[in-house]
Design a protein around this ligand. Structure first.
Ligand SMILES: O=P(O)(O)O[C@H]1O[C@H](CO)[C@@H](O)[C@H]1O
Ligand SMILES: O=c1cc[nH]c(=O)[nH]1
Length: 235
């Protein structure tokens, strides 16, 4: 057990899917895994371990924001020996070419700041996805006929963003969407030599103002969950 995760040693699988929303973790575990056991409830953050096509998988919430995701990623890797971490998140589309409910595979992350900034200081570290996972996720998306895009995402510290000027600059530079965890997940994974990928479903559109409901964000991202599971075990 750690300060934030109540699982016993051995109760966390090497492959971990990480939605921000703990209730999305429960929904995904109940709908996609067999033999599910709840392995964490500390602070209301839910984690579940089960099997998918015979392979052990944990689905564990990250909470919202890079500070929270960093705590869980650190403990999952350092204390429970997680080796593959795949964020399964929602995001706001920033380009006309990216539609609501499309999937974005985060190849790299743009940030203003991130928790690891304190370690990197003057270094502009480039958080990027594990190439094997990225390649596998892209090929699974293609074979399933999903609308999937690969590219740069903005990992923001704020949901209610006052910097329209920065959004405009990122849009001109092809950044596909905004979310709040991937950059730090990639940095922590790099630090410990494990694999990470963020798979994101567009729940909002910054240009068309379309937006999914809270219930849809919790319970309707099945394509993304299946994509992440298939990618994890084919890469
Ligand atoms: O739906 P999740 O995975 O939480 O992801 C997005 O949704 C939250 C904001 O509503 C942030 O965590 C953001 O990254
Ligand atoms: O961070 C996020 C997540 C979903 N939608 C947004 O607009 N921003």
């Amino acid at each position: 057990m750690t300060i934030h995760i109540g699982a016993e040693p051995g109760q966390i699988a090497e492959t971990v899917l990480m939605p921000g929303d703990p209730l999305r973790a429960r929904w995904a575990a109940e709908n996609f895994l067999d033999d599910v056991v709840c392995v964490n409830q500390v602070r209301g953050m839910l984690g579940f371990t089960g099997t998918w096509r015979g392979q052990r998988v944990t689905i564990h919430g990250s909470g919202m924001g890079m500070a929270s995701a960093s705590i869980y990623a650190n403990e999952l890797i350092r204390d429970y020996a997680a080796k593959t971490l795949i964020r399964v998140g929602s995001a706001g589309a920033m380009q006309h070419s990216v539609g609501i409910r499309d999937i974005v595979l985060a190849q790299a992350c743009t940030t203003v700041t991130m928790p690891s900034r304190g370690i990197f200081r003057e270094l502009n570290f480039a958080p990027c996805a594990d190439f094997g996972l990225l390649q596998a996720a892209h090929s699974v998306a293609q074979s399933h006929g999903l609308r999937a895009h690969v590219g740069n995402v903005y990992s923001s510290d704020v949901f209610y963003d006052e910097r329209a000027d920065l959004t405009e600059i990122m849009q001109r530079h092809g950044v596909l969407c905004v979310e709040m965890e991937a950059a730090e997940l990639y940095a922590v994974a790099a630090r410990f030599g494990v694999r990470a990928l963020a798979v994101l479903t567009m729940s909002d559109h910054l240009l068309s103002y379309e937006a999914l409901s809270a219930q849809e964000r919790e319970q309707s991202f099945g394509d993304m969950i299946e994509l992440a599971l298939e990618a994890a075990f084919t890469a």
